[in-house]
Ligand binder design. Structure first.
Ligand SMILES: Cc1cc2nc3c(=O)[nH]c(=O)nc-3n(C[C@H](O)[C@H](O)[C@H](O)COP(=O)(O)OP(=O)(O)OC[C@H]3O[C@@H](n4cnc5c(N)ncnc54)[C@H](O)[C@@H]3O)c2cc1C
Length: 517
């Protein structure tokens, strides 16, 4: 692209604040400049006056109402580089934001008035079973990745929701049902192609730009450059997988019968499971999505559901390891059903909790990492009281994701990536999701999510939070940095950011940011 021509088209500007946003007409490029950029790339620029504008700025969480200044729908890495060069070479550099599939709960993948880079059209995916590698572009998603893996008899680490994409997911950590077998999404990255703040294309791997590679695997998106493709390690798939779905009431006949079951589950049963088992622990007001025929709304209040996946065949090992789960609160048990699945994809396709999750509800959440020394009685009490006191038709829920296994023993050691020590040491993550439909409920639902999140975080033996599922109200300057990365990692991440993005071109909420000068 001819940037000299472009600079002449862009409105001349006096001196402004460090980055230009669209509300500042004196520094924001005029329509001619945008149309010039649009003509120079394979993709296109969408402006507020264009008919695709509304769909171009839509994020998955309808609570968010962020309006960028222009959207670049990129089709390839060179479009990304052109857009970045356009932003950087503007008389006042333009504020940038980037999304891959736009599942950011907090909204940190889009910023008001920015040049927004949309990578949803970059859906490339190739699988090399000889090298056991999957090569993906940022706009693809787990549905496509699982389909490709399944066809070739391999497995790839991804998350639960089929529409979520691999980039934001894995740069921020990335949990899913196979992490205890193979490590986090970040642990499975073999190499990353990205465009830097200078508009250069670089590769980061163990052998090239190793410090950047360390930073990207855990440091999160939006900070170090724009990822245009990723290579993941894939794994041989077992011939069969087994699932187990169990349920108990939280309260029956005005007694908190679920509380001791949760306490025993968290204290004794979950930590003793082999790495081949992975469980989600879900506490909800009533059966939402999950089928529990024996749940009686008149006498029962709240439901505890355990959804397990055994990454291996039916057999004695699987049954022996599952026996303590079946033995939990037998008198109160509403169901404990095993099922066989021919592949991970076959299991994923039928899992009720793989649906769109809380989306398209308005969503606000918080998450915390639960450490082995957690006060299990206090945790069980908090979970039970929180869920049973929800209004009758609430969608809000408490969602626990089992960690440990290979998450705590990553290839290359605990410091091989910038994943926080709190993430590595935890044995599960406790999330609380507020999901609702009407804007009028925003205030009360956000207050619920924040106060429950803070109560979980204050429990003895809870430390750290998951950057991809954060309480978005934790502010820069001390509220989220240590929670997401730990102090040492955050310090190193800032140093590396200073090397790759000296002028702080990439900046987003709750991301790694440049050290103040
Ligand atoms: C319904 C739903 C289910 C989910 N389930 C899971 C789950 O099972 N496990 C889990 O770990 N997480 C889960 N998440 C959270 C998910 O990991 C994050 O939302 C993640 O950021 C999504 O990735 P994305 O590629 O859509 O990133 P985006 O939402 O597009 O962006 C997230 C961040 O990364 C930056 N970014 C985006 N693309 C790039 C790029 N190409 N280069 C550099 N930076 C970039 C953005 O600027 C932003 O800061 C879920 C989210 C939703 C909405």
């Amino acid at each position: 692209m001819d940037f000299l021509a472009l600079i002449i088209i862009v409105t001349a500007s006096p001196v402004f604040a460090s980055q230009c946003v669209s509300s500042n007409v004196a520094c924001w490029p005029n329509e001619t400049a945008w149309r010039y950029l649009s003509g120079a790339i394979v993709g296109e620029v969408v402006l507020p006056s264009d008919k695709h504008w509304k769909s171009a700025i839509k994020l998955k969480n309808p609570r968010l109402n962020l309006i960028p200044g222009a959207v670049v729908m990129a089709e390839n890495a060179s479009d990304v580089a052109d857009a970045i060069k356009f932003a950087v070479s503007s008389p006042v550099p333009l504020a940038l934001s980037v999304k891959s599939t736009g599942h950011c709960y907090s909204g940190n993948c889009m910023s008001t008035g920015s040049l927004h880079l949309d990578l949803t059209r970059m859906k490339g995916l190739t699988l090399d079973t000889a090298a056991m590698e999957m090569h993906v572009q940022p706009g693809t998603n787990f549905e496509a990745m699982y389909r490709a893996a399944d066809k070739s008899g391999v497995q790839v680490v991804g998350g639960m929701c089929p529409t979520v994409g691999p980039v934001g997911f894995s740069l921020g950590g990335g949990h899913g049902p196979l992490i205890r077998s193979y490590g986090l999404g970040a642990d499975n990255i073999l190499s990353i192609d990205l465009v830097t703040a200078a508009g250069d294309s670089v590769t980061a791997s163990l052998n090239q730009n190793a410090e950047l590679f360390w930073a990207l695997r855990g440091g999160g998106g939006g900070a170090f450059g724009v990822v245009t493709s990723l290579t993941f390690r894939v794994h041989p798939a077992p011939k069969q997988l087994v699932s187990l779905s169990c349920a108990w009431p939280l309260n029956r006949d005005n007694q908190n019968v679920g509380e001791p079951i949760i306490a025993k589950w968290v204290k004794d049963v979950m930590p003793a499971l082999p790495d081949t088992w992975h469980f989600y622990t879900i506490a909800m007001k009533q059966p939402l999505g999950v089928k529990v025929r024996k749940f009686k709304g008149r006498t029962m209040n709240g439901l505890l559901v355990l959804e397990g996946l055994f990454n291996g065949q039916w057999g004695k090992d699987m049954l022996d390891a599952a026996a303590p789960v079946l033995g939990l609160g037998p008198e109160e048990q509403l169901k404990c059903d095993f099922a066989n699945h021919t592949s991970y994809k076959a299991w994923h396709d039928q899992a009720w909790f793989a649906n769109e999750g809380p989306i398209p509800f308005r969503t606000f959440m918080a998450s915390s990492f639960v450490q082995p020394n957690v006060d299990t009685a206090a945790h069980a009490k908090l979970l039970t009281e929180t869920v049973t006191s929800l209004p009758k038709f609430a969608y809000n829920m408490m969602f626990g994701v089992q960690l440990g296994g290979k998450v705590s023993q990553p290839t290359g050691g605990l410091n091989a990536t910038s994943i926080s020590p709190d993430f590595r040491n935890a044995f599960f993550m406790q999330e609380n999701d507020a999901d609702w439909n009407k804007e009028k409920d925003d205030e009360s639902q956000i207050a619920w999510a924040r106060s429950v999140g803070d109560a979980v975080a204050a429990l003895p033996g809870v430390s750290g939070a998951y950057q991809n599922e954060p309480d978005p109200s934790k502010a820069r300057g001390g509220e989220y940095e240590e929670l997401f990365w730990g102090a040492d990692n955050f310090n190193k991440l800032q140093q590396i950011k200073g090397v790759w993005d000296k002028k702080a071109m990439f900046d987003c909420d709750q991301c790694v940011y440049n050290k103040p000068e």
